[in-house]
Write a new protein. Structure first.
Length: 438
């Protein structure tokens, strides 16, 4: 070790280099005395060609991480805090022109990105030499002395760390092992949380070049090029919004078969499908929707899964973050945002000066105590929102009640700030300690 180098407080291994793993690695890299390594199963960091939206609290975190300028450049428009449309909700499942039944607006509105650009913005801030590709974690063993964790990879290699963070997505290997161990240790019933639940929802996704839309006879461009649209109908809905500085329109359509929820799903979760299959699904919807869907050239078809809310995210020196902890339905555009909230808060807690190798379990529990109730609530709320958009909630098509109920689903955005959440976690660690963020 060079004389001026910081002694290492502890070693963090991050399993998975998606949005949660990369955000955590970038946030932790601010602490010079924490060793961080990222182990990614794939040969490179990659995201699918589609959109991702975030809300004001996630934007606040990007500001706190010093990343706002970079993300501003790739947002649909630079976020400035002025009121913006969250979603424009329309009744659309009839051949005649539909109508707006609710408009959600709040500061920043919905901030939209191309996923590949979003991931790259984190990759660009990753310190050199900490990412390891082609390293699929198979298992981990916590050593009896509690001093280190041994990780075994599919290529036969072994690595060691003091704290292991599972950022390995909805099919998480880390979650599987954590739950199986706890179950074997006398907490029965946990194995039911291992496998993701099939939601009964088929989603179709595609991108459209904005130039594909021409103005209508009134001189208006397609609504989806102007603001985030939510076209609603019975057991189906369609989401469309512009990304990539307005060059592209991202479309996701949903078809829910509630009777299939929790039944076994066989086959690949993501497949190619024909344009006809997609169009047939929304046959007899309003012209604005049909016009949108006709422009999708290569749709993909997704079987959407979620995990049941976990009773814990942490075991000893191992923790779950992002979809590994709370893989959710996308009806609040919140999975990536919740992953970033986990990653940011966990990094502040681990980086807190009082945390040592010995107090790592306590630090992880402080993370869990703040993040688990919030993220699990968003997970539950995401499913409920989908029921509302598809007229399957208690409000049916009573739009006077449905509109405000949908609006209320977004309350979690304002219930606390990311800084306050970090402070709560730090409070748990040390009475009266101030978070460096406040
Ligand atoms: C249709 C749809 C639309 C969505 N839209 C939005 C949206 O608009 N806004 C939003 O906030 N969220 C949205 N989400 C959710 C969001 O995409 C996810 O919550 C987010 O990508 C999760 O990131 P993650 O890093 O936790 O997991 P992942 O992105 O799944 O990353 C996991 C990584 O771990 C790696 N890995 C897996 N297993 C191993 C292993 N054993 N060893 C090593 N590496 C491993 C994988 O290769 C991958 O790189 C949407 C989801 C869907 C399905």
């Amino acid at each position: 070790m060079a004389l001026d180098a910081h002694p290492t407080r502890f070693r963090v291994a991050i399993c998975g280099g998606g949005i949660s793993g990369l955000c955590l690695a970038v946030a932790l890299s601010k602490f010079a005395d924490i060793d961080v390594q990222v182990y990614e199963a794939a040969q490179r960091f990659k995201e699918i060609g589609a959109g991702v939206m975030i809300w004001s609290r996630t934007w606040r975190i990007l500001e706190l991480m010093g990343l706002a300028d970079d993300f501003s450049k790739i947002a649909h428009a630079p976020p400035d805090g002025s009121p913006g449309v969250g979603f424009d909700y329309r009744k659309s499942d009839q051949p005649e022109e539909g109508y707006r039944f609710h408009l959600v607006e709040f500061p920043y509105g919905c901030i939209r990105f191309h996923r590949a650009q979003f991931l790259d913005a984190f990759v660009n801030h990753l310190p050199e030499g900490i990412a390891h590709f082609g390293r699929r974690l198979l298992s981990y063993t916590s050593h009896e002395d509690g001093q280190s964790i041994e990780m075994t990879f599919a290529d036969g290699s072994l690595e060691y760390c003091d704290v292991l963070i599972g950022c390995d997505g909805i099919k998480s290997m880390v979650r599987k092992q954590m739950l199986e161990r706890k179950d074997a240790d006398g907490l029965p019933g946990l194995r039911r949380f291992v496998e993701p639940v099939w939601s009964g929802i088929t989603a179709y996704r595609g991108l459209i070049s904005s130039s594909a839309f021409s103005k209508d006879s009134n001189g208006h461009l397609h609504s989806a090029t102007q603001r985030p649209m939510m076209y609603c109908g019975h057991s189906k809905h369609v989401v469309a919004y512009s990304i990539a500085q307005g060059d592209l329109v991202n479309v996701i359509t949903f078809h829910t078969e509630l009777e299939k929820e929790r039944s076994p799903f066989k086959g690949e979760w993501v497949t190619q499908c024909s344009c006809k299959e997609l169009l047939d699904c929304y046959d007899k919807w309003e012209p604005e929707v049909v016009d949108l869907l006709q422009n999708i050239e290569n749709p993909t078809k997704w079987a959407l899964h979620y995990i049941d809310p976990l009773p814990f995210y942490v075991d000893g020196c191992v923790a779950l973050v992002g979809d590994a902890a709370h893989g959710m339905l996308p009806h609040q555009g919140a999975g990536a945002g919740q992953a970033i909230e986990d990653a940011f808060l966990l990094a502040q807690v681990l980086g807190y000066e009082g945390v040592t190798k010995e107090s790592l379990p306590e630090a992880l529990r402080a993370y869990e105590s703040v993040r688990l109730p919030i993220a699990n609530e968003v997970l539950r709320g995401s499913r409920d929102s989908g029921m509302m958009y598809e007229f399957n909630s208690e409000f049916g098509q009573d739009f006077e009640q449905l509109g405000p109920a949908i609006q209320k689903q977004w309350d979690w955005i304002w219930e606390s700030s990311p800084e306050e959440d970090v402070q709560k976690a730090i409070d748990r660690l040390a009475d009266g300690a101030r978070s460096p963020l406040l």
